[in-house]
Ligand binder design. Structure first.
Ligand code: APR
Length: 234
């Protein structure tokens, strides 16, 4: 089976009703990124940050996977599919994708403020626990913090993601402005013989200069077109 690797960003979940970050009206226009998505912001005002992610978690309960997520999951009988996502929602999993690598963490999980990457402290929340309170502690006695990779923090899953990018037979990019590294650099690890497809309704600048098959459409429509192409060429 050919290895299909799909890198997704906020645009993947846009049609589910989750805001992107950098489009007009996007999240970083409403919330200063340095306040809610950096370790310094968290140190300065942990409650603000915890509440921000509580609100994002609550949103998860209202939204559902869109056609694009479902089409990606539907490719598993035909390809060895790996989803590498920058998204912290769980919509790929809920659509049925079985191998999902989260580069920037997961909203449904919490960890220790002191050692956020220590697997011993990373824990999945039950929906009734989604509203994390100040004073709720991790087993090491530190405040429970969202399991989110903030700007300036290491991205522990990048090595795993690079391994998959290097092994890809087909590489697909959906709904990301490719502004944030190291995720945006993954394409550099994809062998040059490998076909690359990009689905996005807007123009996205690819710095590597390699040939990319662009599908200038939203995630659902674009995935429909891509699925037809991939199944024909298989
Ligand atoms: N279908 C597909 N793509 C879409 C859609 C849609 N319906 N709507 C918007 N897009 C595209 C936009 O054109 C843009 O290229 O999604 C992309 C969203 O870009 P960003 O908002 O920059 O999101 P992303 O690239 O995922 O951000 C990366 O930055 O803030 C951090 O950690 C956060 O993971 C995030 C990272």
């Amino acid at each position: 089976m050919k290895k299909l690797v799909i890198l997704t960003g906020a645009g993947m979940s846009a049609e589910s009703g989750i805001s992107t970050f950098r489009d007009s009206g996007g999240l970083w226009e409403q919330y200063p990124v340095e306040q809610v998505a950096t370790p310094e912001g968290y140190r300065a005002n942990p409650k603000l940050v915890i509440d921000f992610y509580n609100a994002r978690r609550k949103e998860l309960l209202r939204v559902k996977p869109n056609k694009g997520h479902e089409l990606i999951a539907s490719l598993e009988p035909y390809f060895d599919v790996t989803v590498i996502t920058q998204n912290v929602d769980n919509l790929h999993e809920r659509a049925g994708s079985t191998r999902v690598i989260h580069l920037h963490g997961e909203l449904t999980k919490v960890t220790s403020s002191r050692e956020p990457d220590n697997p011993a402290y990373i824990r999945e929340l039950k929906p009734e626990e989604y509203d994390v309170k100040m004073g709720e502690l991790a087993p090491d006695g530190s405040q429970l913090r969202p399991f989110i990779v903030w700007f300036g923090e290491v991205v522990p899953m990048i090595e795993t993601a690079i391994d998959y990018a290097e092994q890809a037979d087909i590489f697909v990019i959906i709904g990301t402005s490719l502004n944030v590294y190291p995720a945006a650099g993954l394409l550099n690890y994809v062998p040059s013989r490998v076909p690359v497809y990009l689905i996005d309704p807007k123009e996205v600048t690819i710095v590597s200069g390699r040939k990319v098959h662009v599908i200038r459409k939203g995630a659902s429509e674009g995935m429909e077109e891509l699925k037809n192409m991939l199944l024909k060429e298989r």
